[in-house]
Design a protein around this ligand. Structure first.
Ligand SMILES: *Cc1c(COP(=O)(O)O)cnc(C)c1O
Length: 457
């Protein structure tokens, strides 16, 4: 089919929306390493995990074999309020760049929470509710996950308690208020409410917190409060599963027009949007049916894939969570305060870590000033104000399109535009005022935290 016939936006009909999630692990011959109990060094059992997570999510977390999961009707109905998300052909960006490449992006920012995180938030809240729980606890860094979860909990009538990294709590008061609109209670982390929070505050007085600290607090709160469980917005296998809806929709939309991407690009924080976007494509690659170049993009200031170590590590600073085998900078790694672009987590999804380790995908790191420059170039032609996180993918999509301009290749590029950046105006401001710098950790700084990895045989 010729280019001209492809509309600017490809929407699926309601009837064409995916009715199942796809579990990429089922097609991995070499499975990702299991979560380990830090006390025994043995794989976490369903029973142990069910103290932290609700039962159905434990099942999904441990299930490496079931290829498809039916999406419950109530979740399908919720999805219909903001999905399918558009797959956009970036004609204007292509023209601006003068590239023969064809660029598509899957836009997940079309809901109030402003990101893809709602896809998993509604699923996790649904299973907690179905189990008869009273509420859930979680952490949030920049605030998108907390907002998404608040929306999902409000919809289902579930209590929602959010530990928000203190520096974001202070820098992004409007994010906090959005969560409170949806009825969540929001506590700056580290807090005096939990034993682990008090310990972290004692050891690091005046700390502005990290995602790792907030996770420890949220887990403690959930496991010590009757009728509560903990939920996490990224990294976990179950989150990858729910986010597969992004890739399934993208693939269905592209198939409808006979388009096949050559390159698939996504930003990587904990890996959930990228894992979701690539899922059905990676499935084909693993089964030997097709080949795609897949690129994860991460910040140079928090380079888990490109400079991290593939090893078992704690998922949180307080070391209360199970150990995950992943590319990690060490659970004590806290990105420089000058880093404004999100994607600050020290680790990476075990599924993506395994695929990267086995050579099925690539990773690049980019500096934040380049990311914001790409964000503006994109905004000025495509209209959408992108989240800094999403702009990492924009930056590399533009780079790849410019390579095509040099070589004359007409590659098809698909990237994930995960969200909007309305709450990131301080970051845009520091970019505009020339105050943003590109901090890159030294090898010594990175090595320092790696020496503290837990010993696992
Ligand atoms: C949370 C977030 C990310 C990064 O998280 P992943 O789990 O790596 O997808 C990227 N973009 C936006 C807009 C986010 O809110």
């Amino acid at each position: 089919m010729s280019n001209e016939k492809i509309p600017y936006k490809i929407y699926l009909e309601e009837s064409e929306m995916p009715k199942t999630w796809y579990n990429l692990r089922a097609d991995m011959k070499d499975k990702p390493a299991p979560l380990l109990n830090p006390a025994t060094g043995k794989p976490m059992t369903a029973e142990e995990l069910s103290v932290v997570f609700c039962d159905e999510l434990v099942k999904q977390e441990l299930d490496n074999d079931t290829r498809y999961y039916d999406i419950p009707q109530e979740i399908l109905d919720f999805y219909k309020m903001y999905r399918p998300s558009p797959l956009v052909r970036a004609y204007c960006l292509e023209k601006k760049l003068g590239t023969p490449a064809k660029i598509y992006y899957k836009f997940e920012g079309n809901n109030t929470s402003g990101s893809h995180k709602l896809n998993s938030a509604i699923a996790q809240a649904y299973y907690a509710k179905s189990q008869g729980l009273k509420g859930v606890t979680t952490e949030t860094g920049a605030g998108q996950w907390g907002t998404a979860l608040s929306m999902a909990c409000a919809y289902l009538g579930l209590d929602c308690k959010v530990y928000m990294v203190k520096c974001s709590y202070e820098q992004k008061p409007f994010r906090r208020e959005v969560m409170r609109v949806y009825g969540a209670s929001v506590t700056p982390s580290p807090s005096m409410e939990t034993a682990v929070g008090r310990k972290i505050l004692e050891e690091h007085p005046g700390t502005t917190g990290s995602l790792g600290c907030a996770i420890s607090e949220a887990v403690e709160k959930a496991t010590t409060t009757e009728g509560y469980r903990y939920v996490l917005g990224s990294v976990l296998n179950q989150v990858m599963l729910h986010q597969s809806v992004i890739g399934l929709e993208s693939k269905a939309a592209m198939d409808k027009y006979g388009v096949k991407p050559d390159i698939i690009i996504g930003c990587a924080g904990g890996g959930s949007n990228l894992g979701g976007l690539i899922a059905p494509f990676m499935g084909e690659k693993l089964r030997g049916e097709a080949d795609y170049q897949i690129i994860a993009v991460e910040p140079a200031s928090c380079p888990s894939f490109t400079r991290g170590t593939y090893a078992y590590d704690y998922c949180d600073t307080g070391m209360v969570c199970p150990l995950a085998k992943m590319y990690t900078l060490g659970s004590g790694f806290i990105p420089s305060a000058s880093h404004a672009g999100g994607l600050r987590y020290h680790g990476m999804s075990p599924v993506l870590s395994k695929l990267y380790h086995d050579g099925y995908m690539e990773a690049v790191s980019v500096k934040q000033t380049e990311v914001f420059a790409a964000a503006e170039e994109f905004a000025r032609v495509e209209g959408i104000l992108p989240a800094p996180e999403s702009s990492h993918a924009i930056k590399v999509a533009i780079d790849e399109a410019l390579k095509c301009k040099e070589t004359g290749e007409e590659k098809t590029i698909l990237f994930g535009l995960t969200g909007t950046g309305y709450f990131d105006m301080y970051a845009y401001e520091s970019f505009h005022d020339g105050k943003m710098d590109d901090y890159i950790p030294t090898d010594e700084e990175i090595a320092q935290n790696i020496t503290k990895l837990p010993k696992v045989d």
